[in-house]
Design a binder for this molecule. Sequence first.
Ligand code: SIN
Length: 189
Amino acid sequence: MTADTTAINRRMNRFDGHHQVWLFGYGSLIYKADFPYIERRPASIRHWTRRFWQGSHDHRGTPDAPGRVVTLVAEPDAVCAGMAYLIAPRTFSQLDAREKNGYLRLATEFSLDDGRHVEGLVYIATAGNAAFLGPAGEREIARQIAASHGPSGPNRDYLMQLAAALRALGTQDAHVFAIERELVALIGH
Ligand code: SIN
């Protein structure tokens, strides 16, 4: 699959005719809401876990020196905390451009913090995409993050902002926090 998923995502018609669609964010979409939304609230998704396994060619690295960003990986009974946004369907063109480096829209269910269960969309970068990097040790991931920069800024800012946002949500994420500790050990702070 090409690394640019914009055209594939544009053909995704699951919510055609809907006036509002819920989006689940678990990475930068938790802390960087630079798009219009109607409602925003903490949420969680079951059977998925957050992993720094996706390469970033366009935001936190380059094609020659990719950074590492998060995707969701299937894991039975896992619960991943994030942020849900109720958005107008036209907003997806902006989100498709932002998430174009390997992420595909997936229609799935998730839970809002007020107890509602909704069907909505989540952007997931699966193992088949051209920018996928896959598993590595936490120290190795931290080293790659420490060394990577892209058009959206240093990769370390993505990690630190995500870790801070997860703390603000009151969630424990052993993978993200272990990589954060490794990064701090490498570069200080
Ligand atoms: C997300 O935040 O939901 C997708 C991954 C990212 O943009 O960091």
